[in-house]
Design a protein around this ligand. Structure first.
Ligand code: BGC
Length: 352
């Protein structure tokens, strides 16, 4: 009996020790700094990166700043004082964040700008998607339905460099039609914090000012598009006026199936998170990094005064409409079938 007890204790201790190895992180600490968890993707990517980093033997410290620029910088400083060797940062404000990040880099911390650019030449790398192409595909998706008339542009958060890149792509596609006189931009707004409630208010005001005479909306992500759609619904314009989104969120895809959102842009974040983890692991091991390309900060930001270069990689994006939601989003397992087809009549739900 006594022997059995000792045996059980030894096994339990060994199990604890093994389980602890991944978590306690023999390879050191890595910090994850998120602008917010309001957009669906961020908490998923937090889970994914945490898991992958722990599997590689790192201890993960993760924080989100609830859109507070100062809080995010404080959190980054705090993680540095806790001894993180690397930081993966999704900045709320690409310029303001550079202060904390540059200080961290000077202390030898490897900083990875994740999805959104940090405006500092001291970052080790910037990993994202082809953001200009996102903008092009948003505009093209709307133009498939309406290519003339009064257009509303709803940009993202003005402190997020991605919002500038999305707009660049949108303008590239729309400009020739604006020049020709086919399209008139009747409202051009930026949605602070990418907040759906802000988008709803902005759209209410636009509809009042323009007496509902709008023909298309180029919105920059699903969250803000769904906010704008609420205002459009109240005026019976949802489903009549095409509108774009981004992220292929569960709600966004569901809205596409309900004929309200016209198009979303799928960025397979399941590929970005592992890439970031692998990069951090290699950087910390002092190994050579392949597949990165140098870009000028001036070009990436559209600010000619910015100097320095950054190592970057950009993953491809896919335009999603009603035609390919099932094949690209559901079948690939990016979103759950029951979420995407919520409240959709049974005879419209594919069997596979
Ligand atoms: C990301 C989008 C996201 C938005 C709001 C952007 O920087 O690229 O995927 O929808 O932020 O969080």
């Amino acid at each position: 009996m006594k022997r059995l007890f000792v045996f059980v204790c030894v096994v339990a201790f060994a199990t604890l020790l093994l389980a602890g190895c991944g978590k306690s992180g023999s390879k050191g600490k890595v910090g994850l700094s998120f602008s917010d968890f309001a957009t669906e993707r961020w908490s998923r990517e937090n889970d994914q990166m945490t898991k992958l980093l722990e599997e590689k033997g790192y201890t993960v410290i993760s924080q989100e700043a609830n859109h507070d620029v100062k809080l995010q910088n404080d959190q980054i400083e705090n993680m540095v004082s806790q001894g993180v060797k690397a930081l993966i940062v999704i900045p709320e404000d690409g310029a303001a964040c550079a202060t904390a990040v540059t200080a961290a880099a000077k202390k030898g911390v490897k900083v990875l700008a994740y999805d959104r650019l940090i405006k500092s030449p001291d970052i080790a790398a910037y990993l994202s998607f082809d953001n200009v192409e996102v903008g092009r595909q948003q505009a093209k998706g709307v133009l498939k339905v309406v290519s003339k008339g009064n257009f509303v542009l709803l940009g993202g958060s003005p402190t997020d460099n991605n919002a500038i890149l999305f707009r660049q792509g949108q303008e590239e596609v729309l400009k020739p039609l604006i020049k020709k006189g086919d399209i008139k931009v009747v409202a051009d707004q930026w949605v602070e914090n990418w907040d759906a409630a802000n988008a709803l208010k902005l759209m209410e005001n636009i509809l009042t000012a323009k007496k509902n005479k709008i023909d298309a909306v180029v919105a920059s992500n699903d969250g803000t598009a769904l906010g704008a759609l609420q205002a459009m619904k109240a005026q019976k314009l949802a489903g009549k006026v095409p509108i774009s989104g981004q992220d292929a969120t569960a709600d966004g895809c569901n809205s596409i199936l309900k004929n309200e959102l016209t198009v979303t842009i799928f960025k397979d974040t399941r590929n970005l998170a592992p890439k970031a983890v692998e990069l951090v692991d290699k950087l910390l091991a002092g190994e050579a990094i392949e597949g990165l390309q140098q870009f000028d900060l001036a070009g990436l930001t559209g600010d000619k005064k910015m100097t320095g270069k950054v190592n970057c990689a950009f993953l491809p994006v896919v335009q999603i409409t009603k035609e390919n939601v099932q094949s690209e989003i559901v079948k690939s397992g990016f979103q759950k079938k029951e979420d995407v087809y919520r409240d959709i009549p049974a005879d419209q739900i594919p069997k596979d």
